[in-house]
Design a protein. Structure first.
Lengths: 416, 313
């Protein structure tokens, strides 16, 4: 009997050890240096080198800080992986947050409020505020532009988009004509970055030109069945299946590998063109039926309220995003600071872009930009719209019926 | 007293000899416990405890972002009965499982019978069909993702034959077929090897006797081979059914549950609910439903074995 009790006790002890229920201490910050961890979705060596450099400078004046780690998580599953870490108790101190999930993070109370620098442009902080408090620093406010492979456009006998911008006739009709001409040569025409017939929200770079929105400003009313969206989606459908100006579903054309004429994406992707073997240009989004427009992609850095070192994380974030470091970060991430949105500052940081491109795409874009729509419960909305929108990507689709179907599916989610 | 006194002094009484505690039986018992303890600890830590936690989570609404964990009783189970997306998910799961199990077992048995012949080159083909089993699942699926694109390798090959192939991953029926076929080629080699091992255990004299009795090749297969390898058929069918119900990576990489919800199988749906939509409590409830389904099907197969499995040792 005693042997049995002893053995059972041994088994329980072993299990406790295995399951980590030993009641170990969790007071790493009580003594010794404080380690900070920030989750990011970039794995670009130049980005992380710059972050490490900023972290090293911070540590020089903060001997209480030990390691500062930038943990890269792939973009595709970034938010899922981040929330899983949070759910599992492995809460990072700081995290990059996508603008589309901003409301989920801000309204849930997951983030600690941070100080708001008066130099920040109000249009860039709007997404990250609640009750007058700022919950994330909008470190990257990157307008979307059109990167053009001028070699392919010229070879297809079309005028360069930059010329059309100068002539004032850079419209969607012209862009589609150029895309179609290039696709006839066997290359891709217009590619929407990260769309791949799944990431429907990236189509905002097109539908904003028609004045369309997926839902109303207050997030309560579906916008997919509104005339502007029907017109925009009809144009996109025609672009894919009738004009054949955009690679169809299931066809991959990589602009950065020289396989497509144009890509609509954030200007921060210019870094991918450093070793491009073709001539390229960057122009603003074409004029749509609703006139000239700009779309801005955003990312914020928030301090997780349930992280172990909230105050240290806030202090590091203030340093990471101060005037001096913001100017360094501007090499990759357009800054949200009024004082730094000048062609001089941006040109220093973005040698690949010409002053005219920086003015028309970056500065004008940020000032008048339409930031991607966010909503509470965004992931569920994203997936529900994706599934309901799939029937649109067939040649004989009834656009109006599909879009009404999207509204029928998401109305209960918008009403929550 | 006198009597006692006159009695010659007895030798001092020796305490009765105690049997040693560590008897052979106890030593064996301890050794047995020590041997099973790691396995038992593993089962408790990685099966029993998580299972208990899943039941516990299913009774809660857990918002990981807000850090709230509220008891909701049977609310998640009620949601299960009224969830309009659950029916299509179960249907997709059933379709995938039936398709995969039927194709996998038939093809594995067919290949095993073919490769059980004493012919030149069979070893090469055995290796060829088994090699996908050792390839990383995600890498395998990513490669197939490229091949199945509209302008991918599969349609390129079909074009050479004058066939205009469909857009495999964008059509509702072709997407499901694609996912099944990708998984079929990935896993058929394992079942093939198990069948091969079973086939090689069938005594040659039984075939010889059947041949003398005038049994055709088909009759020999049905009356001799199948009954003798039926324990292996049971094993492979249980493993394949359970595996098919747990398909995830192929769906996540190839279709993300689309087009529409045509390939949103139960595991992918529970992943969406728990990890993408942050409904961890409801996700836990769906995983319990999956557990019950897997358990029920396994028990059913186990019970049905009495009707068709012979020579169980």
């Amino acid at each position: 009997m005693r042997l049995r009790s002893l053995t059972a006790a041994g088994v329980v002890a072993a299990m406790l050890a295995l399951t980590g229920c030993g009641g170990g201490s969790d007071d790493a910050g009580a003594s010794g240096p404080v380690d900070l961890r920030m989750t990011i979705w970039s794995a670009n060596a130049k980005h992380t080198a710059l972050f490490d450099q900023i972290a090293a400078e911070y540590k020089k004046t903060h001997p209480d800080i030990g390691k500062i780690t930038f943990e890269s998580i792939p973009y595709e599953n970034y938010t899922t992986a981040l929330t899983t870490q949070i759910g599992g108790g492995n809460v990072p101190d700081l995290a990059w947050i996508l603008e589309s999930t901003a409301q989920d993070f801000v309204t849930s109370g997951a983030l600690a409020p941070i100080d708001k620098d008066p130099d920040l442009l109000p249009s860039t902080t709007k997404t990250w505020e609640q009750d007058g408090q700022l919950f994330a620093y909008p470190f990257s406010t990157s307008p979307l532009g059109v990167f053009v492979n001028t070699d392919l456009v010229t070879a297809a006998g079309r005028p360069a988009p930059a010329q059309q911008v100068a002539a004032g006739n850079w419209t969607w009709d012209q862009a589609v004509a150029t895309g179609a001409a290039v696709q006839k040569t066997g290359k891709g025409g217009i590619v929407v970055g990260d769309f791949d017939y799944k990431g429907w929200d990236t189509l905002n770079s097109i539908w904003a030109g028609w004045g369309a929105r997926p839902w109303s400003e207050d997030g309560k009313t579906c916008g997919f069945d509104q005339p502007e969206m029907v017109a925009a989606m009809t144009a996109i459908h025609k672009m894919v299946f009738t004009d054949q100006a955009m690679p169809g579903p299931g066809v991959t054309k990589d602009f950065f590998a020289g396989d497509a004429a144009m890509v609509l994406t954030q200007i921060s992707r210019a870094a991918l063109l450093e070793k491009a073997k073709f001539k390229w240009d960057l122009v603003p989004l074409p004029k749509g039926p609703a006139g000239e427009y700009a779309v801005v992609g955003q990312a914020g850095i928030g301090v997780l309220k349930r992280g172990k070192h909230v105050d240290a994380a806030k202090d590091f974030l203030a340093f990471f995003s101060n005037q001096e470091n913001s100017a360094k970060l501007a090499a990759f991430f357009p800054p949200p600071r009024k004082s730094q949105l000048t062609t001089e500052v941006l040109a220093k940081a973005n040698p690949l872009l010409k002053p005219a491109q920086l003015q028309s795409v970056v500065i004008d874009g940020i000032e008048r930009g339409d930031i991607k729509t966010s909503h509470v419960g965004y992931a569920e909305l994203q997936q529900t719209v994706r599934a309901a929108l799939d029937p649109l990507w067939k040649p004989d689709a009834d656009v109006q019926a599909v879009l009404s179907g999207v509204c029928a599916k998401i109305n209960p989610l918008l009403a929550k | 007293m006198t009597l006692l006194a006159s009695k010659p002094a007895a030798a001092p009484a020796r305490a009765p000899e105690r049997a040693p505690y560590w008897t052979m039986r106890r030593r064996d018992e301890l050794a047995g416990w020590l041997m099973v303890t790691p396995q038992l600890a593993g089962i408790v830590a990685f099966v029993i405890v998580p299972l208990g936690l899943v039941v516990w989570y299913s009774l809660h609404e857990w918002n990981v972002l807000a850090g709230t964990f509220d008891f909701v009783g049977g609310a998640n189970y009620e949601q299960l009965t009224s969830d309009p997306r659950l029916g299509p998910a179960l249907q997709a799961t059933g379709l995938f499982s039936v398709g995969l199990v039927v194709l996998n077992l038939s093809l594995a048995l067919f290949l095993a019978v073919l490769l059980n012949q004493k012919l030149r080159g069979t070893v090469v083909f055995r290796t060829l069909f088994f090699s996908p089993v050792v390839v990383t699942l995600v890498a395998w699926t990513i490669v197939w993702g490229f091949l199945l694109q509209d302008n991918g390798g599969v349609n390129g090959f079909l074009q050479q034959l004058g066939i205009d192939g469909p857009n495999w991953l964008r059509g509702e029926s072709t997407a499901m077929i694609s996912v099944i076929v990708v998984q079929l080629f990935k896993g058929v080699g394992l079942n093939m090897v198990l069948f091969l091992a079973a086939l090689q255990g069938v005594p040659a004299e039984l075939y010889e006797a059947a041949r003398i009795d005038g049994a055709s090749a088909w009759a020999r297969f049905r009356r001799v081979t199948v009954p003798l390898i039926s324990p292996t058929i049971l094993l492979t069918s249980i493993l394949t059914v359970v595996g098919s119900l747990q398909v995830f990576a192929q769906i996540a990489v190839l279709t993300q549950g689309g087009p529409g919800t045509s390939t949103t199988v139960l595991v992918y749906y529970l992943y969406q609910q728990a990890f993408q939509f942050h409904h961890f409590g409801y996700g836990a409830t769906i995983s319990l439903l999956l557990f019950v389904i897997v358990l029920a099907l396994t028990v059913l197969q186990w019970r049905m074995r009495r009707r068709w499995v012979f020579h169980e040792s």
